[in-house]
Design a protein around this ligand. Structure first.
Ligand code: PRX
Length: 587
């Protein structure tokens, strides 16, 4: 690798070997023009004789020698390890599919998994997929409000959970008439109460279940997974993906993550509750037959480094906040570990600062390759590949098969160098098919044949894309999207809160933090204690990652004459920016 000046980010371009990895970037233009997604499905040799079922493709359908390979290495928070081959997973997911069948679950029913990062997440999700159920992962940091929104909206029939998380579900069960069965995975044998009538003990049901199961025919367009994602207004909406999405997830795992299944140990640090944790923590890598490492523990620089060293991780997919936290921990910590196994590093979820790209090269011997995509795109869309020159700070180029554009306010393409709406032609098999029961909202995301991503960006003369920011009020805190409305709704349920306006405040480590402006009801006075109480209220009811880390009490919030809180104005005032048009502001 060598470097030349890169005008766009003031960081030199890092030159790569154009023939490195599976793409030959010398032929990028030709490849881009000739690319067909169907070709990939053929090339990847995915088993498709019984339609396309993610469980069959990722687990059951590998050749015999791959079936004996480790599919999952699980490293627990207590430093214990478990291994599952593809054959093990085939057996366990067959059993779980039979458990669901015996409960009356049918194709299309929604099965949600609300578990800590344990192997049963994988077994139950894939077991449900095998049966043709539509699965939904729930982040274990969610509180009762967050899980209620999702289970209610999707009409979930089954939830798989643990004794530790079950209390949060019990708190809202009465509001979920469609929820018929709760399956409890009691790894630690900590079952606090005897199971209630609607509850099933996973271990008992699995012990009785047959190991034989044949997936029914699955149409490539059948729904496979729902991921709830936040928007500017309203509650989170369920982006629905189809089984065929696995083609794009597998192709990008091969060409962007550069997975070499015979030899790689691949670590994706994303939680399975989010789209990265499924598209690239399960589907793409397993469709290729690669070995996935899952670490149950949380973030701590030493622990993460130890995981890489101990498991000889070769390919690592992580996120900018984590990289910034590793940078903060210092190079002396990193220097105590052996990273010679690492071969390829990628990042997603937030803009990756050029410093972080280059720091990777210094500490691990490899740059971090930024990748851009969304819950809605289901797979990586704009990326840095192993063989593409890296312009630090850029998201890279569209994957062949992806047409991207920068559009003006009339949804027409802008020339290179101009900032506008980042848009994608909805071509990849992974692009979402709808928002669950919100067809109108789904349709509103498309203009002139483009899917409008909600991000602002620009493209340079070389076809590289540069992220500018969100076009809406959605907050990105440590790579997790948070809708201000969700937080405001949780806040006003607190007895002291009269009104709340929520914004994302720039933060050097987490990109943004959630900041709330609050006016109090008569009889309440601002105090440190009240502030703490309100924070805790949102943290436990909504989610540990979405509570306001900062609260400012105001006598009243700026509102339009129609009574809408002007978040834009709150943000401008917070950042000391011009307030813009305030003609609609109430007197
Ligand atoms: O704003 C962009 C940001 O995260 C959003 C998508 O979030 P989500 O649907 O939760 O999916 C996250 C993981 C795929 C995008 O609209 N984002 C994602 N990747 C990048 C990014 N922003 C800048 N650079 C990225 N590489």
């Amino acid at each position: 690798m060598s470097s030349t000046a890169n005008t766009a980010s003031h960081y030199p371009t890092i030159h790569k070997d154009p023939t490195a990895g599976p793409f030959n970037m010398k032929d990028y233009d030709a490849l881009y023009k000739a690319f067909k997604w169907e070709q990939f499905a053929d090339e990847l040799n995915l088993p498709r004789e019984n339609g396309i079922n993610k469980a069959t493709i990722c687990i059951d359908g590998h050749p015999p020698e791959v079936m004996e390979r480790k599919a999952l290495i699980w490293h627990s928070a207590e430093d214990k390890q478990e291994f599952y081959t593809f054959a093990d997973l085939k057996r366990e997911t067959n059993k779980f599919a039979n458990v669901l069948k015996s409960l009356g679950v049918q194709k299309g029913d929604r099965v949600f998994v609300y578990l800590e990062r344990i192997p049963e997440i994988f077994i139950t999700l894939f077991g449900a997929l095998k049966l043709g159920a539509v699965v939904g992962p729930l982040f274990s940091a969610f509180g009762p409000e967050a899980i209620k929104d999702r289970l209610e909206d999707s009409g979930a029939m089954v939830v798989v959970t643990s004794p530790e998380l079950k209390d949060r579900l019990d708190a809202i069960r009465a509001d979920l008439p469609a929820l018929k069965h709760v399956i409890i995975v009691d790894r630690k044998h900590s079952q606090l109460h005897p199971p209630q009538a609607h509850e099933v003990l996973y271990s008992e049901a699995m012990a009785k279940a047959s190991e034989q199961f044949t997936a029914p025919y699955t149409d490539p367009d059948d729904y496979s997974i729902i991921h709830y994602t936040s928007g500017t207004t309203g509650k989170p909406k369920g982006a629905v993906h189809r089984h065929a999405a696995v083609i794009a997830q597998a192709a990008t795992s091969k060409y962007i993550l550069d997975l070499q299944p015979e030899t790689d140990i691949y670590w994706c640090t994303a939680d399975p509750g989010w789209v990265t944790g499924t598209s690239y923590g399960m589907f793409g890598p397993w469709a290729l037959g690669a070995t996935i490492l899952v670490y149950e523990g949380g973030f701590k620089a030493e622990d993460w480094y130890k995981i890489i060293q101990e498991h000889h991780v070769t390919v690592w997919y992580t996120a900018p906040t984590a990289i910034r936290m590793l940078m903060k921990a210092g190079e002396d910590v990193a220097a105590r570990f052996d990273f010679s196994s690492l071969r390829h590093l990628c990042s997603v979820g937030e803009p990756l600062n050029p410093e972080a790209v280059v720091w990777g090269q210094k500490v691990f011997g490899h740059v971090f390759h930024d990748t851009w995509w969304q819950t809605e795109t289901g797979a990586m869309h704009i990326c840095n590949y192993p063989c593409l020159d890296v312009k630090p700070g850029s998201m890279g180029k569209p994957f062949p098969g992806v047409e991207a554009g920068i559009l003006d306010e009339e949804w027409k393409p802008l020339p290179a160098g101009e900032e506008g709406h980042l848009a994608i032609r909805p071509q990849a098999p992974s692009i979402f098919r709808t928002y669950w029961h919100k067809e109108e909202l789904y349709n509103s995301r498309f203009k002139n044949g483009w899917y409008i991503t909600g991000d602002r960006a620009k493209m340079d003369e070389d076809g590289y894309y540069w992220f500018i920011g969100r076009a809406d009020d959605v907050i990105n805190t440590a790579g997790h999207l948070v809708g201000p409305f969700e937080v405001e709704s949780a806040l006003i349920e607190h007895p002291a809160v009269a009104e709340a306006g929520v914004i994302g405040k720039p933060d050097p480590e987490r990109l943004e933090i959630v900041k709330a402006f609050i006016s109090l009801k008569a009889g309440y006075e601002p105090s440190e204690e009240l502030e703490k109480d309100i924070k805790n209220f949102v943290r436990t009811r909504l989610a540990a990652h979405a509570y306001p880390r900062e609260i400012e009490f105001l006598a009243g919030l700026p509102k339009t004459r129609s009574g809408k809180i002007m978040r834009r104005l709150l943000k401008a005032r917070e950042l000391g920016l011009p307030e813009g048009d305030t003609s609609t502001l109430e007197d």
